[in-house]
Design a protein around this ligand. Structure first.
Ligand code: NAD
Length: 263
């Protein structure tokens, strides 16, 4: 199933579930930046909440808010039984330690899945894995290559694919061109999270390989992926309209998990 159809289907199912719940799920979004990218992500998250019937509260703090005050807001959300899940939108201003904030969030409310003790999965890897599984893409014993080793995408993606019993290789900025070529030629599933427009091109792939392009690169106001479109493979996810909508969906999949299982 195409990503667009899949996301629409899951949204409808979540909307129905929310409508049948006694308690309306409540998501809070804390923002401490003036970042244009963050503004646009938050607009998307609020729009999704409205569509799904989820209550969403946007807490916008001044960029000069001290670390202690941000931690206080996090603590009050941890304690607030009326809030089921919340996120602190990254990036944070330089005077605030992002890691301190991430670990201050109660893992039971950590819908972003960033806390090391969170039993919820990070949104981008979760969105990708849910989609691959829904489409019955075989992972067991398959060669999965993840390019990029960030804490929010590459590492958790590699860990989830390992749990699915794929043979996982993580490539990164220090991988030699020869090794990149070798691993890509043998890969069944390739997840690319680098952040460089169309860096991946000119490689030979297995014809039935699947390429998941996580990259979002804005050049002159236009969005591009990390992989040049038109690779000769079974499936290449588009940018935009690919991993972005899957990531947005995963936030609400995580929230629903909290509502159902009280993580
Ligand atoms: P990051 O900057 O934290 O990490 C980039 C990784 O790419 C690093 O691990 C680095 O080793 C690797 N890398 C850099 N140059 C390389 C090269 N020449 N060859 C191989 N590897 C190289 O990035 P991130 O936070 O993981 O994000 C990656 C991309 O994904 C960005 O474009 C980001 O905007 C996008 N992203 C999209 C979504 C979404 O929802 N679609 C979510 C998160 C991130």
């Amino acid at each position: 199933m195409e990503i667009k159809e899949y996301v629409a289907m899951r949204k409808q199912q979540i909307r129905d579930e929310v409508a049948s719940m006694k308690v309306r799920p409540h998501l809070a979004i804390v923002q401490v930046n003036e970042d244009e990218g963050s503004n646009s992500y938050i607009r998307g998250k609020l729009k999704d909440a409205e569509e799904l019937g989820v209550l969403a509260t946007h807490i916008k703090l001044d960029v000069n808010t001290s670390e202690a005050e941000v931690l206080k807001v996090v603590e009050s959300l941890n304690q607030d039984s009326g809030v089921h899940g919340f996120i602190v939108q990254m990036p944070l201003p330089k005077h605030i330690d992002e890691n301190k904030v991430k670990v201050a969030i109660d893992p039971r409310k950590d819908v972003d899945g960033f806390h090391p003790l969170s039993s919820l999965k990070a949104c981008t890897p979760r969105g990708i894995l849910d989609y691959l599984k829904f489409n019955k893409v075989e992972l067991l014993g398959k060669n999965a290559v993840v390019i990029g080793r960030s804490n929010i995408v590459g590492k958790p993606m590699a860990s989830l694919l390992t749990k699915e019993s794929a043979n996982v290789t993580v490539l990164h900025s220090k991988t030699s061109p020869q090794d990149m070529k070798f691993y890509l030629e043998h890969a069944d599933i390739i997840v690319v999270a680098i952040g460089k427009k169309w860096l991946i091109d000119g490689y030979l792939f297995k014809p039935d390989a699947i390429i998941v392009d996580v990259g979002i690169n804005r050049v002159d106001g236009v969005l591009y992926g990390d992989v040049k479109p038109g690779q000769k493979v079974r499936l290449q996810t588009p940018v935009p309209g690919g991993v972005g909508p899957l990531t947005r969906l995963a936030l609400y999949e995580n929230l629903m998990e909290i509502m159902k299982h009280g993580i």
